[in-house]
Design a protein. Structure first.
Length: 86
C-alpha cells in the first residue's frame, strides 16, 4: 500500500462496494482455471483479482453467506501463478 496508496484506496473502495463488478474487466475480474476457486477455512469460494498497479494485484475470495471478503494475495509484483494457466 505504501507504494501506491491512492490506487490501493481506490481498489479497496471498489472491492468492498461491489466485489463482482465487471465494469472495468482490465482492473477487476474473476480469476480463471484452477485459480478461479480458492479454499479458505475449509470452504471453497470464487476468487477475483483487482489490478492495483501495472504489476500489483489484490486477490480476494467472496463469501456471500457471511458477506465477507477474504484477501488471499496482495503483492506489488505480477503474480507468477497467472503465467501460462489453462
Amino acid at each position: 500500500m505504501s507504494q501506491a496508496k491512492a490506487n490501493a484506496d481506490r481498489a479497496w473502495l471498489a472491492i468492498t462496494a461491489n466485489p463482482r463488478c465487471r465494469e472495468d474487466p482490465s482492473r477487476q475480474h474473476p480469476l480463471k482455471y484452477d485459480l478461479g476457486r480458492v479454499k479458505v477455512d475449509g470452504s471453497v469460494y470464487e476468487q477475483w483479482q483487482f489490478e492495483v498497479t501495472g504489476g500489483g494485484r489484490i486477490w480476494y475470495a467472496v463469501d456471500d453467506e457471511t458477506r465477507t471478503l477474504w484477501i488471499t494475495h496482495a503483492g506489488t509484483g505480477h503474480p507468477k501463478q497467472t503465467d501460462h494457466r489453462r
